[in-house]
Design a protein around this ligand. Structure first.
Ligand SMILES: [Mg+2]
Length: 302
């Protein structure tokens, strides 16, 4: 007996033929199909199977190539539901980058945005890139952080993701290379139980253009995930991590369900799972939650 695996397809919308096409591809590869289940009508389907090619990631890539516009995940059925969520904030839980918003407010938007893009692609050292951007906002009134908070736009599905994982018994934390203030506000609005971000240093109500050390780097995000997993008495394979940037790669690779979310190419290539076309609710479908679970979890949170 080989282990039971599950293929999850998510589209916006998911065409009825997509599941049929994926199923016949799996069969042609020597897999035995065990069951099919609709997770969300016209949107998400699970196909349970055994056998076939062993490499989940390569198999998922092959199915992705067959079904343009569809997000695809393959994983063992056992343990697919995760007990810890570690989420990036900028361009993941919220649209856009808070440091760019800060720079915009300071009138140095274009200079800072160019450095952000290079840093997110992994072309610059994270710490250096952050320092050179922060130097540009030196002397701004600290009240600007509240303006940035007020302008945060939550990503589609962010609320559902956090509420449903909490409803399912998971611990949720926001781990951000952005800043306390906006990050706390995002955490509160989405219901995260823990928020870690960088802290901007102030003097007489003005930002000094520096941040407290140590910075929340990729290694710090990974350490936070490991520490929290240990405190929960679980291994990293029982955790989900999600993010889009280079500094998310270590935690994405450590987590059992590490998802590159509309990610930069380097991050997308490094992660075992991806969401390229759909919203954050797809991370719930990958874990086998269905539309009814989402509705109940949100109802419970209201
Ligand atoms: Mg990000």
């Amino acid at each position: 007996m080989s282990r039971m695996r599950v293929l999850t397809l998510v589209g916006a919308p998911l065409a009825p033929e997509a599941a049929l096409e994926a199923a016949s591809f799996l069969r042609a590869q020597g897999a035995e199909l065990e069951a099919q289940r609709e997770l969300s009508e016209g949107e998400a389907e699970d196909i349970l199977f055994q056998g076939g090619p062993e490499d989940d990631r390569a198999l998922a890539e092959a199915i992705r190539a067959l079904l343009p516009g569809v997000d695809v995940a393959i994983q063992p059925v056992e343990g697919r539901r995760k007990r810890l969520l570690a989420a990036d904030m900028d361009s993941t839980m919220v649209t856009g980058e808070t440091i760019d918003e800060l720079a915009e407010a300071a009138g140095v938007g274009p200079q800072v945005a160019a450095i952000t893009q290079a840093a997110m692609r992994g072309e610059l050292d994270f710490e250096q890139a952050l320092d050179s951007r922060l130097a540009q906002i030196r002397g701004l009134p600290e009240a600007i952080l509240q303006q940035v908070s007020d302008r945060l736009v939550l990503s589609p599905g962010a609320r559902e993701l956090v509420a449903t994982m909490r409803w399912g018994g998971a611990f949720t934390m926001l781990v951000s290379g952005g800043f306390h203030g906006p990050a706390d506000d995002c955490g509160r609005r989405l219901g995260f139980e823990l928020v870690r971000a960088n802290r901007l240093i102030r003097e007489e109500d003005k930002l000094t253009g520096a941040a407290e050390r140590p910075l929340v780097t990729g290694d710090v995000k990974l350490a936070l995930l490991r520490e929290r997993a240990e405190a929960l008495g679980i291994g990293p394979e029982a955790a989900m991590a999600i993010g889009d940037g280079s500094n998310d790669i270590p935690m994405l690779q450590a987590a059992g369900l590490g998802i590159a979310y509309h990610a930069k190419p380097k991050t997308r290539a490094a992660a075992r799972f991806a969401i390229d076309h759909t919203d954050l609710r797809t991370a719930l479908f990958y874990q086998g939650y269905d539309a009814e679970d989402l509705a109940e979890a949100l109802g419970g949170a209201a």
